[in-house]
Ligand binder design. Structure first.
Ligand SMILES: [Zn+2]
Ligand SMILES: [Zn+2]
Length: 843
């Protein structure tokens, strides 16, 4: 066994740490180990085992030792380790933090505080024993007695948990603190490897060859506890009827059945015990499986005939998978063209060949229909990873995938790291969605990681969308990806007719600011009379987004952020949508004391109230983050719409996502252009995508659909092309702008943000780095800034940023790396320098 182990730890430092491997311990590369780090114990990933002693010239420093090897087999296999290293390199993220993100097993660690005796403590205890009385101290004898009781107790033991120590030595926290300061004992904040996942006891059939070898537990980081496996070599004698029934049941179920499920067999409980003793059956504790979606069952997604275009798409993807080498495909299918059915059919094919696939979706909690389809098509072979899972549930799913029980994985962003075996296919649905970009370290983009993972695994990646990102469509045009088009809706249903309502003339004609235009109101009324359904999108939650003082003109801002607080009427509060800060509703202006405070603007809560007033008979529901706390609320609202228990659904972009509600014939969009005012080069692209997506909710059933777009910028090309369903037109126009401004896909970009709670620090740091950028030669790289970020203060931090643009990604990353070294040399904490490669938000 090598002597040393390099361990990647989840700390914001761009390095790995070397630990000595104690005699008899066998850590594995890719496995987790528990190691001491500063005042804590931490679990990290072994990245290398070797015999090179660290710091040759500092050999007097005692190298710390690995405390525990947590896995018998790698938790991250070779491919995933390589992928993690690539992410660390590409996104300039600490590799230990990347691995932590890739491995959702935090639930297996329980925090605990433990104490252990030091050499000084032993010496004090020794001296006390020699002199017959405790060492001199200002403390009272009582306290001394307790201290020596503690030392006595610890001297006999490795390390003791705080609760046990306090009970056993009858000692208080304050006294322990004093002993820590005297260096008699050390206190450690331990992350102990303990399974907190709900476990289920499972009976497992032991096959003859396994009995013979008395083999260790099978694959995977060994999280199954072998509770009671009888010694090997026991020759099975004849079985009685009860025993035979139990063995047959196990065999029929693939060799593994929860003990609870065996109860219905009506054999005495002792039968199982007998079989365990005879070595025919083993018992183990396994994480409980995930419960299936409660969405009302729908028609099977395969009930309809595939169109010629769908069949062609399926054939092309199938051929790419069969080639067993990397292939990238862009599936551009208009809304309602049946992309999901193609995905499921491809994944079914892959599963039939015994291989694995991963489906990434932006927010599966918000697309329960997809989850229901997956369960229907794949049954127990699918693992669904979504944001609603607890850490323990996430860990359970990880183990199921790892064991090969679930070979179809569907989930949000981090599902791209699912430990599937023999990966054949990754599908990224709605590949343009910004939720694929993680907005904290490591700031990876799951779509781009999916492409890289497929490359490394000789697998196929399919990027699907009705509105592909400029980057992906550009890559397809350049033949980096094969382009597959689904140009028609299923069953030749027409795309909805889109009508633009110019809100400026609406204002001139009616003489007042309207939220719902006369045209939209009339159309809604008509649908309600025909018993058809309506969706109205307003992509802003809350009641009013701004509170304005008429006397001094100031608005109510968040304490922690430079943004307006939003009025929430039903919950009777003001809330910051960026940091969650809540304040009471103001009765007068905080700046000048004037009572003339006004609530300005409309959010989805107010829109719902307005529509109730306009259509008192209509049954109206609302979907936004205030009404949807969990997946169940969401399913509840969608089921209500699906089953005709709602006439009208109001909501934020949540209602725009992939829902397939056949009764909706009208979609209204209030403030179609809200995002166009943002200082972000993707504003037009986002607006076009959102409008296209929400328009796609109309007319998915037998009646044709209609869309009303209300806008103040009716001439903007994003609005115009969305109204004409003209993706190619939008794409050409937007591409010209990107080329002209040196934005992606023509340049790689990165956002470098300096943040601090102290304005002065943020200013100093950005100034220092600004001067460094100026004097550093960096040919072909544009550095803009330092400038105040569009949101100058966020979550208490003042923010200054630089934007880097470069046609060469390598050069840009080299400069960023040098910049980080410079920042470290200037003692700017790594956590306060945010490097966001391929930034999606520049706010
Ligand atoms: Zn005021
Ligand atoms: Zn805030």
């Amino acid at each position: 066994m090598p002597q040393f182990s390099d361990v990647a730890l989840p700390v914001p430092l761009d390095m790995v740490f070397t630990y000595a491997i104690p005699e008899g311990m066998e850590p594995v590369v890719g496995g987790r180990v528990l190691v001491p780090f500063r005042q804590q114990r931490m679990s990290g990933i072994v990245v290398e085992l070797h015999d090179r002693p660290p710091h040759e010239n500092a050999s007097h420093i005692r190298i710390k030792r690995v405390l525990e090897a947590l896995d018998l087999a790698p938790a991250l296999d070779e491919h995933l380790l390589k992928l993690g290293r690539w992410i660390a390199d590409y996104y300039l993220a600490p590799v230990g933090e990347v691995f932590r993100t890739m491995l959702p097993l935090s639930a297996e660690f329980k925090r605990a505080v433990t104490y252990r005796i030091t050499d000084e403590g032993r010496m004090a205890l020794h001296l006390a024993g020699m002199s017959g009385s405790p060492a001199r101290s200002k403390r009272t004898p009582d306290e001394q007695l307790i201290e020596f009781r503690v030392l006595d107790y610890l001297a006999e033991r490795e390390s003791v948990r705080e609760e046990s120590l306090r009970r056993a030595a009858r000692v208080g926290k304050a006294l322990l603190g004093g002993m820590v300061r005297k260096k008699w004992v050390t206190r450690e904040d331990v992350s102990a490897a303990r399974h907190s996942a709900r476990l289920v006891r499972v009976a497992m059939l032991i096959r003859a060859e396994e009995r013979a070898e008395a083999s260790p537990p099978p694959d995977g980081p060994d999280t199954r506890h072998h509770l009671n496996v009888a010694p090997a070599g026991v020759v099975p004698k004849k079985l009685n009827d009860n025993q035979r029934a139990l063995i047959d049941t196990l065999a029929a179920a693939g060799g593994r059945v929860p003990v609870d499920a065996l109860r219905h067999l009506e054999v005495p409980h002792s039968t199982l015990g007998t079989l365990v003793r005879r070595g025919l059956v083993g018992l183990l504790d396994e994480p409980q499986d995930f419960t299936a979606s409660k969405l009302t069952p729908r028609q099977s997604p395969f009930d309809f005939e595939f169109s010629a275009a769908q069949k062609e798409a399926l054939r092309k993807i199938g051929a790419a998978v069969a080639a067993r080498k990397f292939g990238g495909l862009l599936l551009h299918g208009i809304t309602g063209s049946g992309k999901t059915a193609v995905y499921l059919a491809c994944m079914r094919q892959v599963l039939d060949e015994g291989r694995s696939s991963i489906l990434l979706v932006p927010e599966i909690g918000l697309t329960p229909a997809v989850a229901a389809d997956l369960h229907q098509v794949f049954g127990d072979e699918v693992a669904i990873l979504h944001s609603g899972l607890s850490n323990a549930e996430r860990a359970e799913q990880w183990h199921r995938i790892r064991r090969g029980e679930a070979r179809v994985v569907a989930g949000t962003r981090s599902a791209v790291f699912a430990p599937v075996r023999d990966l054949a296919l990754i599908i990224v649905d709605e590949e343009q969605d910004s939720s694929y970009k993680q907005e904290e370290t490591p700031r990876y983009h799951a779509r781009d990681v999916a492409v890289m993972r497929a490359k490394m695994a000789d697998a196929v990646v399919v990027l699907g969308s009705a509105t592909p990102s400029l980057e992906s469509y550009y890559n397809a045009r350049k033949s980096k990806y094969a382009l597959i088009e689904l140009p028609d809706r299923v069953e030749k249903r027409p795309l909805p007719e889109v009508e633009i309502v110019d809100m400026r003339s609406e204002f001139q004609e009616t003489g007042e600011e309207q939220v719902v235009s006369r045209k939209l109101a009339a159309e809604i009324r008509e649908r309600l009379e025909k018993k058809e359904q309506v969706m109205v999108l307003l992509n802003r939650r809350g009641y009013s987004p701004v509170v304005l003082c008429r006397a001094c003109g100031k608005t109510l801002q968040c304490e922690n952020c430079a943004v307006s607080m939003t009025h929430h009427k039903r919950e009777h509060k003001m809330e910051c949508h960026y940091c969650g800060y809540v304040a009471p509703i103001p009765e007068k202006c905080a700046h000048c004391g004037s009572e003339y405070v006004y609530f300005v603007g409309t959010g989805s809560e107010k829109l719902e109230e307005l529509l109730h007033g306009m259509f008192p008979q209509a049954r109206i529901g609302r979907l936004d983050r205030d009404t949807v706390r969990g997946r169940e609320d969401f399913e509840h609202a969608l089921n209500a719409l699906n089953e005709g228990r709602l006439d009208l659904l109001v909501g934020t972009q949540m209602i725009a996502k992939g829902h397939d509600i056949h009764g909706v014939t009208l979609v209204g969009v209030i403030g179609a252009d809200m995002a166009l005012g943002l200082p972000d080069f993707r504003a037009a692209e986002r607006t076009f995508q959102l409008l296209t997506q929400v328009a796609g909710r109309a007319g998915r059933g037998n009646s044709p659909g209609k869309v009303i777009l209300q806008t103040y910028f009716q001439d903007h090309y994003a609005v115009q092309f969305a109204a004409q369903h003209d993706f190619a037109g939008f794409y050409e126009k937007e591409l010209q702008f990107r080329a002209w401004m040196h934005y992606p896909p023509y340049s790689a970009i990165a956002n470098v943000l300096l943040r601090s709670e102290k304005l002065e620090e943020a200013l100093t740091w950005s100034g220092e780095l600004g001067r460094w950028f100026e004097k550093t030669r960096h040919e072909g790289i544009r550095v803009l800034g330092p400038a105040a970020a569009p949101i100058t203060r966020l979550k208490r931090d003042y923010r200054y940023h630089f934007i880097l643009k470069s046609p060469s990604r390598e050069k840009m990353n080299a400069l960023l790396r040098a910049m980080l070294a410079e920042a470290a040399a200037r003692k700017i904490p790594r956590t306060q320098v945010i490097v966001d490669v391929d930034a999606v938000w520049l706010m």
